[in-house]
Design a protein around this ligand. Structure first.
Ligand code: NAD
Length: 478
C-alpha cells in the first residue's frame, strides 16, 4: 500500500537499499550477504468463498524471508493493496527486527487483498478461516514453523478464528494455541498484547530521552514532558502510542492525521475523545473540539518535536521529505520513510528512530505469548503470592521495629500498598517489554556512537541485526 510516488524504488527495493548501506560496513562473505538479503519463498494463494449468492475469489500471500531460526514470525495484513513486493519487504523487516530485539524467530509476513470494511463479521470469518486453511495445510501456520500475528486491518478477532481453524485441523496438537499470537485473553492470548506496539513506542522514546547526547543530536533537550507530537494513523499502534505518551509522559498530541484529513490543536488533542469520534463516525471529519483540515499532508509537515507515522509505508518520500519540520521522527509503521527520503532527512540532520526497533513491541510481546502457550501456564501464577508473602514479612518487620523504636517514623501507606503487590502477568509483560526496548536501543546506540562510519540509528540497527543473523547462519555451517 505504499504511498510513495511511482518513480521511487518499491518498498522491497527500499528495504534492500537500507540493508545494502549497512551490510557494506559489515565484514561478510558476498555469498552470506546475498543469503541474508534474499527472501526465501513467497506463497501466493487464490481461493474462492461462497458469499452473497456467488463465489468471490481472494488473493493472499505468506512470505518467508529467513529461516535462520524457526518458527518464522510476522503479521497478517488485510488491505486492498497488499501485494507480493509489500509482503516480502515486511517479511525482511521482520527478520532484522526479531534479531535486533533477540526474539528467537526468523522473518515472515502475510497479507490478504481485501478491504475488511466491505464485509460483515460473518463474511470476514468465512474468508479468514478459508485463508487460514490454505496456509495451515502447507505448514505456513504452525506453532513450530510459522506463527502469524495481527497487522494492519486485523486484530484479536481474526487471530482467534485462525487459532480455532488450526485446532480443528490439528486436533491432537497440544501446542495448537501457539500457532498464532495476538489472540484474545480468553483464547490463549496474553495480557498487554493489544497495546504492545504502542507501549513499545513509548518505551523506545523514554529510552531515547534517557540519553541527553542523543536528544541533542535531534536538536532537542529535556524530557518527553511538554514535547509536541504529531501522529499519523490512529489505529492500534498510533492510538496506543498517542494515548500513553500524552497520559503518562506529559507529551502534547498536537496533530492526528487519518485517511480523511487531520486534526490540529497546539494546546493538545484528547486522544480517547478523538478515537471515540473516529470509531463512531468512521473518520475525523466533523470532530467538534479541534480544527479539521482535509489536507493531512500539510499536518505531516507542520512544526512539532516528534513526528510518529503509524499508518502505512512510503508516506515520507521524495515529494515531502524536504518539507518535514519535525527534528525527530519515530517510525511506528513499517517502512514509512522511503530510502530516498531517508537520504534527504539524514542530510538535513533529522534523527530517525527506525521501524525495526521502534515498532518491535508487538513481536516482543508476541514472543511472550508464544512462550506462554507452549508452557501452558500464565506468567506470574507460581510466584505472585510467594513474592507478596516475602514482601509482607519485610513490611511486618519494619512495622515491628517502628513500634519498638517508639513510633518515630512511619511507612507511607502508598509505598506499602505498591510494595506488597506481587507482579501479575500484565506487570511482567510490561517489564519484559521495557527491558527488551532498552537493551535493543543500547545495542544500536553502541554502534551509532562507537563507529566513525555509522552516523544514524537505522544503519546501526541493521548492523546489529545482520551480525546476529550472520552468526546464526554460520552456526548452522553456512
Ligand atoms: P490499524 O489497521 O489498526 O491502523 C492503521 C490506521 O491507519 C487506521 O486508523 C487507518 O484508518 C489509518 N490510515 C490508513 N491509511 C491512511 C492514510 N493514507 N493516512 C492516514 N491514516 C491512514 O493498523 P496497525 O496495526 O496500527 O498498523 C499500523 C502500522 O504499524 C503498519 O505499518 C503495521 O505494519 C505496523 N505495525 C503494527 C503492529 C501491530 O502489532 N499491530 C506491529 C508492528 C508494526
Amino acid at each position: 500500500m505504499s504511498a510513495a510516488p511511482a518513480n521511487e524504488p518499491t518498498f522491497r527495493q527500499s528495504v534492500d537499499l537500507m540493508f545494502n548501506r549497512a551490510v557494506a560496513l559489515v565484514n561478510l562473505s558476498p555469498g552470506l550477504e546475498e543469503k541474508i538479503r534474499v527472501c526465501n519463498a513467497t506463497y501466493t494463494v487464490r481461493f474462492g468463498v461462497r458469499l452473497r449468492g456467488g463465489i468471490q475469489t481472494f488473493t493472499g500471500y505468506r512470505s518467508v524471508h529467513s529461516e535462520h531460526m524457526e518458527p518464522v514470525k510476522g503479521g497478517i495484513r488485510f488491505a486492498p493493496s497488499v501485494n507480493q513486493d509489500e509482503v516480502e519487504a515486511l517479511a525482511a523487516l521482520m527478520t532484522y527486527k526479531c534479531a535486533l530485539v533477540e526474539a528467537p524467530f526468523g522473518g515472515s509476513k502475510g497479507g490478504l487483498c481485501i478491504d475488511p470494511r466491505d464485509y460483515d463479521d460473518h463474511e470476514l470469518e468465512l474468508i479468514t478461516r478459508r485463508f487460514a486453511y490454505e496456509l495451515i495445510k502447507r505448514d505456513l501456520i504452525n506453532p513450530s514453523q510459522n506463527v502469524p500475528a495481527p497487522d494492519m486491518g486485523t486484530g484479536e478477532r481474526e487471530m482467534a478464528w485462525i487459532a480455532d481453524q488450526y485446532a480443528r485441523m490439528n486436533t491432537t496438537d497440544i501446542n495448537a494455541r501457539a500457532c498464532v499470537t495476538g489472540k484474545p485473553l480468553n483464547a490463549g492470548g496474553i495480557a498487554g498484547r493489544v497495546e504492545a506496539t504502542g507501549r513499545g513506542v513509548e518505551y523506545a522514546l523514554r529510552e531515547f530521552f534517557r540519553h541527553p547526547e542523543d536528544v541533542a543530536a535531534a536538536g532537542l533537550s529535556g524530557t518527553l514532558d511538554g514535547k509536541r507530537v504529531i501522529v499519523q494513523g490512529l489505529g492500534n499502534v498510533g492510538y496506543h502510542a498517542a494515548k500513553f505518551l500524552s497520559e503518562e509522559d506529559g507529551a502534547i498530541i498536537t496533530g492526528i492525521i487519518e485517511r480523511d484529513g487531520a486534526l490540529f490543536d497546539p494546546a493538545g488533542l484528547d486522544v480517547d475523545k478523538v478515537r471515540d469520534w473516529m470509531v463512531t463516525n468512521g473518520g475525523l471529519t466533523g470532530y467538534p473540539d479541534a480544527g479539521h483540515t482535509a489536507d493531512g499532508g500539510a499536518v505531516m509537515e507542520a512544526e512539532c518535536d516528534i513526528l510518529i507515522p503509524a499508518a502505512l509505508e512510503g508516506v515520507i518520500n521524495l515529494t515531502n521529505a524536504h518539507n518535514i519540520r519535525a527534528p525527530l521522527i519515530l517510525e511506528a509503521a513499517n517502512g514509512p520513510i522511503t530510502a530516498g527520503a531517508d537520504d534527504i532527512l539524514r542530510a538535513r540532520g533529522k534523527v530517525i528512530i527506525p521501524d525495526l526497533f521502534a515498532n518491535a513491541g508487538g513481536v516482543t510481546v508476541s514472543y511472550f505469548e508464544w512462550v506462554k502457550n507452549l508452557s501452558h501456564i500464565r506468567f506470574g501464577r507460581m510466584q505472585r503470592r510467594q513474592e507478596e508473602a516475602r514482601h509482607e514479612l519485610v513490611v511486618g518487620e519494619l512495622e515491628r521495629l517502628d513500634l519498638a523504636m517508639g513510633d518515630t517514623w512511619n511507612l507511607d501507606p502508598r509505598f506499602k500498598e505498591k510494595y506488597l503487590r506481587g507482579a501479575g502477568e500484565l506487570e511482567l509483560v510490561r517489564s519484559g517489554l521495557d527491558d527488551t526496548m532498552r537493551t535493543a536501543y543500547q545495542s544500536m546506540r553502541e554502534v551509532w556512537h562507537g563507529r566513525e562510519d555509522v552516523t544514524d540509528l537505522r544503519t546501526a540497527a541493521f548492523i546489529v541485526a545482520i551480525d546476529r543473523v550472520a552468526s546464526s547462519y554460520r552456526a548452522k555451517g553456512l
